[in-house]
Write a protein that binds this ligand. Structure first.
Ligand code: C2E
Ligand code: CA
Ligand code: CA
Ligand code: CA
Length: 281
């Protein structure tokens, strides 16, 4: 038994060592990715539940590894975050997506009432240059701040609530909107909703997934929608995949949705075709 325990520990240590090495290798690959233009963006439409109109888009980062192909953001975003690379890559996401939307605006496909959602990680948000870099990007690209929405999670406040509120307020003064992403999955979502200057609430897809079969999830989605509406927030349901789910969230007063039912995240060219049609059939 003792022998086995030692083996298990050895195995564990070896695994950890490999894992640490893997992370280092990935970090190196990610470092090179910016120069090699291995990052790209996809866009997913946000849709008005009642009219099917496209009201905006969420930009989602993609990494095409030279040997391993497409790597899931669930794998590489945490590595970007812990290594601090997210500061540069995140800025690239902001600049690239703003330029893309600006182009659609010039083509007459994007109107000023539409919104671009960009995911902002905690490390990126806390970096000292963040506010200045965002301001500069808005100015350089001549992008109207009202069209920009930063999607944050409550992980952003782990360190310092006061500082978080200050940074958010500064950006909000510029015209930028904030969405609380993955709402309901954290420990204190409701408390942050009260404290942070957010105007959009995104109901996490884990609540939407089983909405047609799970009564508890139905109650949660209905309650969150009602609360959001009463607080004057825009409520967006994430991960809507079926017509039945759409009908339920509609009944519950949720006005916007994203999900495979409307479209998966797609490359800019495919998104452009959707914008030309204006509505999701
Ligand atoms: P998120 O911000 O919650 O983004 C929504 C995720 O759900 C995306 O996964 C999207 O492709 C997926 N999704 C959309 N509709 C459906 C649906 O109907 N069903 C299902 N099952 N999934 C759906 P993705 O693109 O793999 O991104 C995963 C996460 O990685 C994001 O979650 C976000 O936290 C992070 N991420 C992605 N891009 C960025 C970025 O540019 N910066 C930062 N900081 N994080 C990012
Ligand atoms: Ca998001
Ligand atoms: Ca989300
Ligand atoms: Ca998420």
């Amino acid at each position: 038994v003792k022998e086995q325990g030692r083996d298990a520990i050895q195995f564990f240590n070896k695994y950890m060592a490999d894992k640490a090495r893997n992370v280092l290798v990935m970090e190196g690959d990610l470092h090179r990715a910016l120069e090699m233009e291995a990052f790209s963006l996809q866009f997913q439409p946000r849709v008005n539940v009642l009219t099917g109109e496209i009201v905006g888009a969420e930009a989602l980062l993609r990494w095409n590894h030279p040997e391993r192909g497409a790597v899931s953001p669930a794998v590489f975003i945490p590595v970007l975050e812990t290594s601090g690379l997210i500061v540069d890559v995140g800025m690239w996401v902001i600049e690239r997506s703003l330029q893309q939307v600006k182009e659609w605006q010039r083509m007459g496909l994007w109107t000023r009432n539409m919104r671009l959602g960009v995911n902002i990680s905690p490390r990126q948000f806390r970096s000292s240059q963040f506010v200045d870099d965002v301001k500069r990007a808005l100015r350089d690209i001549e992008f109207s701040a009202e069209m920009l929405e930063m999607e944050i999670t409550e992980g952003i406040v782990i360190h310092n609530l006061e500082e978080t509120i200050n940074t958010m307020t500064t950006l909000q003064t510029q015209g930028i909107n904030f969405a609380l992403d993955d709402f309901g999955t954290g420990y204190s979502s409701i408390s942050y909703l009260k404290k942070l200057p957010v105007s959009i609430l995104k109901i996490d897809q884990s609540f939407v997934r089983d909405i047609t079969v799970d009564r508890n999830d139905r109650v949660l989605v209905e309650t969150i929608s009602a609360m959001g509406n009463m607080l004057g927030l825009e409520v967006v349901a994430e991960g809507v995949e079926t017509q039945d789910q759409l009908e339920l969230i509609s009944q519950y007063g949720c006005r916007y949705y994203q999900g495979y039912l409307a479209s998966r995240p797609v490359d800019p060219n495919a998104f452009e075709l959707m914008l030309e049609k204006k509505v999701i059939a």
